[in-house]
Design a protein around this ligand. Structure first.
Ligand code: MLT
Length: 206
């Protein structure tokens, strides 16, 4: 599948054949790209359209969706700006491809910007699956998340995401009205078969 650029995001769009499924917005982790999560998307939501952008920030040679000052310490001004850029990209891509509002499936850095999208531009997503996510803001903004379903899958042995950080994110999203299912799996930062099974089941209700 070729990569194209829309509103400055290199991305892949794969049209689906099952219109009962919402499209997936696939958001890769640090060092990934727009091709990384296509296989996961096809596995967990067969027939869904897939929209997969590449993060615009480079850390060395590694694409990311926003800058960080250190591991787990985010440049929140950059995060805000990049979140709006990504939200505008999704709106543009929806028009271009004629697709409904997507469910985000984000891994690690991609999960963190998906959480930021929920908080800053909730109209962009119908829901989000946040795989190995942490709270992106020290003081999270208020948002109306009443209609949003969120799945958070954390790894009990994740060396990058402290358990209390993922819990704080779940609490923030729940406090803003989202319907949050937070599971802690016997896994590290990488995804396991259990992640894939849970994600697939959760997406059937999306
Ligand atoms: C982030 O920077 O978003 C998180 O620390 C996870 C990562 O991408 O390493």
């Amino acid at each position: 599948m070729d990569t194209v650029a829309t509103a400055d995001f290199h991305h892949v769009y794969e049209p689906g054949f099952d219109t009962s499924r919402p499209p997936l917005l696939l958001l890769h982790g640090t060092g990934g790209d727009e091709h990384d999560l296509l296989g996961l998307g096809q596995t967990v939501a067969p027939g869904a359209s897939l929209l997969s952008p590449r993060g615009q920030v480079l850390e060395g040679a590694m694409p990311r969706f926003f800058r960080r000052l250190a591991e787990g310490v985010f440049d929140e001004d950059d995060l805000r700006r990049r979140t709006h850029d990504l939200a505008d990209f999704v709106a543009h891509a929806r028009q271009r491809y004629g697709i409904a509002a997507p469910v985000a499936v984000g891994f690690s850095n991609g999960a963190n910007i998906a959480a930021s999208l929920l908080l800053l531009r909730p109209e962009v997503l119908v829901g989000a699956a946040l795989l190995r996510a942490m709270s992106p803001f020290a003081k999270p903004p208020q948002a109306d998340l009443a209609e949003k379903r969120v799945l958070i899958l954390s790894g009990a042995a994740d060396p990058i995401i402290p358990a209390q950080d993922a819990q704080r994110l779940a609490k923030t999203l729940t406090g803003n009205g989202a319907s949050v299912d937070h599971r802690v799996l016997p896994a590290g930062h990488g995804l396991s078969q259990a992640d894939i099974g849970l994600l697939k089941g959760w997406l059937l209700g999306a």
